[in-house]
Design a protein around this ligand. Structure first.
Ligand code: HEC
Ligand code: HEC
Ligand code: HEC
Length: 435
């Protein structure tokens, strides 16, 4: 009896595996000889370069200090480390032998030229919505890069995810294939912005929470997400920004990283902005119009939070009253006065290394203290080779207890927000390498 039910189970398992394999099977697309550079149209190439900046292909396909687009960039996910592929036109180790059809299939369906399924760490769940002419422009751009012979390291994934056919199940659940029609009721700018944000810039990949299988939660789009151990701020009606965003401020922020009354970009967002600084101004403006529409007009509560924040920011933060009798807050006030006030109580002056008054800093208003702790520990440096603003790193200078007390004081006194729970733990965790 027992024997028979085990046999039955085995048979069922085999059928399930066969079904998965059938679902996962994709034909290989034959290699084609790499076309010479002159075969590509210059106008399309220029357009492709701009689209690649908005799609930030380089962030995952160019390793730090490595040759452009040769891959090897380690992407840490909760499921292990996945390496960006070599997408230079090298015929053996890159995509030199790929036809435009093969390239289009990769972006639309997450399938490599030889038919194997690609992991959704590659945001094909967004690129699937790219229009054919934009895919053609990206193809032109990629195929005219310098070919580089390089094989990225093998992925290190938790069992059983090395088994790529499993991705077929993920695609069945979460891949919603193909472009979406524009919305007739919205402006041309809005529609352009919606398209760029969704199909190319994949902002939601960081700014939306994900479910246990690593898919973006569509019921909570732009509610705030994760990126490399940072919190990626909510960009919808739940935006916690102490000063509500206008489309103009967003456009300037996305192109320069620095606008009045808002914090400078930090962490993984720095790279996004650095890349968008090479995109056409009209496109960044369209992105800003769309993102602002997700946030909507400020609610009465958001207006009240803005005036209270501006009020607190109208004086040096050291003058803000610290509740008596709380030893941690007293310690935090002292750390702020000795380590931070000399720059941040001056208010931001572009001629010097002074910074925003703390009641306007978004990091104090987030659901957890990770971004603030990262900034204090590591400081803020402009991307390599870029001029920009510097904040010194305090790692080694301040102890974990001092950082936790400082964060508690900034949160409760400078931002007048309810205390962060498990602050000490978050400070400790920030020492560990991100997931
Ligand atoms: C968030 C990171 C990320 C971004 C952004 C990204 N990619 Fe990738 N891409 C990956 C990863 C990771 C892989 C490999 C996935 C795997 O091994 O299954 C990949 C694979 C690919 C492949 C398939 C290569 C092969 O040999 O199978 C192509 C083509 C590609 N990317 C093109 C692009 C283009 C074009 C852009 C910009 C429009 C882009 N990628 C942006 C992470 C990214
Ligand atoms: C030497 C001057 C200096 C010191 C000291 C300093 N900062 Fe900064 N900080 C800056 C600059 C410059 C920026 C970049 C952005 C700007 O212009 O506001 C910045 C940015 C920040 C930001 C992002 C918000 C923003 O201002 O754009 C936070 C949060 C922050 N600092 C917190 C701190 C804390 C907490 C301390 C004390 C541990 C500290 N800083 C010490 C100069 C400094
Ligand atoms: C790789 C992950 C990642 C991607 C992709 C990304 N962001 Fe961000 N973004 C972050 C993180 C992390 C922060 C928080 C750190 C900071 O404030 O600089 C942030 C902050 C922001 C902020 C500041 C919010 C505030 O209230 O201060 C805006 C606005 C923003 N992102 C817009 C965008 C838009 C628009 C896109 C797409 C074009 C995008 N982001 C793509 C990770 C990302």
């Amino acid at each position: 009896m027992k024997h028979r039910s085990i046999k039955g189970l085995l048979a069922l398992l085999l059928v399930a595996l066969a079904a998965l394999a059938a679902l996962a099977w994709r034909p290989s697309i034959a290699q084609s000889a790499p076309a010479p550079r002159s075969a590509f149209e210059p106008g399309l190439l220029r357009q492709g370069e701009q689209l690649a900046a908005i799609g930030n292909c380089a962030s995952c396909h160019t390793a730090p200090e490595g040759p452009p687009f040769a891959g090897g960039t380690a992407l840490k996910t909760p499921f292990g480390t996945i390496y960006g592929s070599n997408i230079t036109p090298d015929p053996e180790t890159g995509i030199g032998g790929w036809s435009e059809d093969a390239f289009r299939r990769a972006l639309r369906e997450g399938v490599s030229r030889d038919g194997h399924l690609l992991y959704p760490a590659f945001p094909y769940d967004h690129f699937t919505r790219l229009q054919d002419q934009d895919i053609a422009a990206l193809y032109t751009f990629v195929m005219t890069r310098d070919p580089v012979r390089f094989v990225p390291p093998a992925n290190k994934l938790v069992f059983p995810l090395q088994f790529r056919p499993l991705i077929a199940g993920w695609n069945l659940l979460y891949l919603d294939k193909g472009p979406r029609p524009p919305q007739a009721s919205q402006s041309a700018d809005w529609n352009r912005g919606a398209y760029l944000v969704d199909a190319l810039a994949h902002c939601a990949a960081c700014h939306s929470p994900r479910n246990q299988l690593g898919a973006e939660r569509r019921d909570a789009a732009f509610d705030g997400g994760e990126a490399e151990g940072w919190h990626a701020t909510a960009l919808n009606v739940h935006s916690p920004s102490p000063v509500p965003w206008s489309a103009e401020a967003l456009a300037a922020y996305l192109q320069t990283g620095l606008v009045a009354d808002h914090a400078i970009t930090a962490g993984p967002m720095q790279d996004v902005v650095h890349s968008l600084s090479h995109a056409p101004v009209e496109d960044v403006h369209a992105i800003a119009v769309y993102v602002q529409s997700l946030m909507g007009a400020p609610t009465p509560q958001q207006q009240a939070r803005e005036s209270a924040s501006r009020q607190r920011a109208s004086q040096p933060s050291v003058a803000l009253p610290t509740p008596a009798g709380d030893a941690q807050l007293a310690l935090g006030a002292g750390v702020f006065a000795s380590s931070c006030a000399s720059c941040h109580d001056l208010g931001r002056q572009l001629s010097s290394a002074s910074g925003l008054r703390m009641p306007l800093a978004i990091a104090l208003y987030l659901p957890d203290p990770r971004n603030l702790v990262h900034i204090v520990r590591d400081g803020i440096q402009p991307p390599p080779g870029q001029p920009g603003r510097w904040m010194p790193a305090f790692d080694g200078e301040l102890s974990d207890d001092q950082i936790a007390a400082l964060a508690a004081w900034l949160r409760q006194v400078a931002a007048a927000q309810p205390p962060w729970l498990d602050l000490a733990q978050a400070v400790q965790d920030s020492r560990k390498p991100s997931p």
